[in-house]
Design a protein around this ligand. Structure first.
Ligand code: GLY
Length: 345
């Protein structure tokens, strides 16, 4: 076990949101400093974690009276039924408005526990201990919480900022390779949102830098009325692939394919040159991720799916790179979309 750093030794990224501001700490063993970030007036904490995290021996001590609630692993836990079940368990224990939820795990757990915290007693505080790479650089930061409906992902949710986030890089050693690859796909995205020599940083610094990029975007557009959409770079194709069953790709792996697709499309739309497309391929390849459309993917079905994307309010919208950076682009011809799909086959 790594020596738990003091919080001063960990990398700290502020998320500046006025009275909802909070800190994100990144480093090996930071989960052992949980008690330092639990708000001082909290007297009890409900620790919500997942089976794989508990099985890997990743435990926390909030430094106050607490109970542990264990969920299954995976996206399927994000249901309204699970929120009700968790709220009932918190109520049976007698958790009050003054207390807190601590979510320990990947994005599914932080989404479920975060939304539960947002609605239980009309909102109690929540602290995240993110144990997956995807959770650390994406799900735990930004305040979007929610669960899925049979009709679609994250259709019920709330903006509810955590009181603090701990990204324990020691926990990454316990991740299966496919889960790590998924996080790396999302990490590749940040190279194009704000390139600041990400590729040359060691992993904890790189995680902190990704969090800082996301924090800056969220601070500028907390409620997703504009700039935040840049965080969806590479996601239009990724979501379409996921809706078609995922073709065996995890979320971040699908994003990696989606990034190169977005570059091929932007090139065909005259927004970027071939060198910039190559740069997308280089970054994705640098993370040992595939940029190829799965061989059995149904291109026309994917293009039809684009128009069902939740961003497609005024027609199919892609976030595309260009002379002014990544922007929403509408009105692209379907032939262009199909041609760009052929380019990544
Ligand atoms: N919780 C993820 C986000 O707000 O983007």
């Amino acid at each position: 076990m790594a020596i738990a750093p003091s919080l001063e030794e960990a990398l700290r990224v502020p998320v500046e949101l006025g009275e909802r501001s909070y800190g994100v700490w990144v480093g090996p063993g930071v989960r052992h400093r949980l008690a330092d970030v639990i708000p001082r007036d909290v007297s009890r904490a409900a620790v919500v974690t997942q089976a794989a995290v508990a099985d890997a021996g990743i435990t926390v001590d909030p430094g106050v009276e607490h109970r542990v609630f264990i969920t299954d692993d995976g996206e399927h836990i994000k249901t309204l039924g699970a929120v009700e079940e968790l709220c009932r368990q918190l109520a049976q224990w007698g958790l009050t408005r003054r207390d807190a939820v601590v979510a320990v795990g990947g994005g599914a757990v932080t989404d479920l526990a975060g939304f539960t915290a947002a609605v239980y007693h009309r909102g109690i505080r929540v602290v995240y201990v993110a144990t997956t790479l995807l959770g650390q650089i994406d799900a735990s930061v930004g305040g979007k919480t929610g669960v899925n409906l049979p009709e679609g992902k994250n259709l019920v949710g709330a903006f509810w900022q955590p009181a603090a986030v701990l990204c324990d890089t020691e926990a990454l050693d316990t991740l299966p390779p496919e889960e790590m690859r998924s996080g790396l796909g999302e990490m590749a995205k940040y190279h194009f949102i704000a390139d600041a020599g990400l590729g040359s940083l060691p992993l904890p610094e790189r995680i902190a830098r990704c969090v800082a990029i996301k924090a800056e975007v969220v601070a500028a557009d907390e409620r997703e009325s504009g700039r935040r959409a840049v965080l969806n770079y590479g996601h239009t194709l990724a979501h379409a692939l996921e809706t078609h069953g995922g073709y065996g790709l995890r979320h971040g792996e699908a994003v990696a394919v989606g990034l190169v697709y977005a570059a091929e499309l932007a090139h065909r739309a005259g927004r970027i040159d071939a060198c910039r497309v190559d740069e997308h391929r280089r970054v994705v390849g640098g993370y040992h991720l595939s940029a190829k459309l799965p061989a059995d993917a149904d291109a026309e079905g994917l293009v039809r799916q684009f128009s069902r994307d939740k961003k497609a309010i005024g027609g199919v919208t892609f976030m595309l790179d260009g002379p002014d950076g990544i922007e929403p682009v509408t009105g692209l011809d379907q032939a262009l979309m199909l041609d760009a799909l052929e380019a990544i086959r």
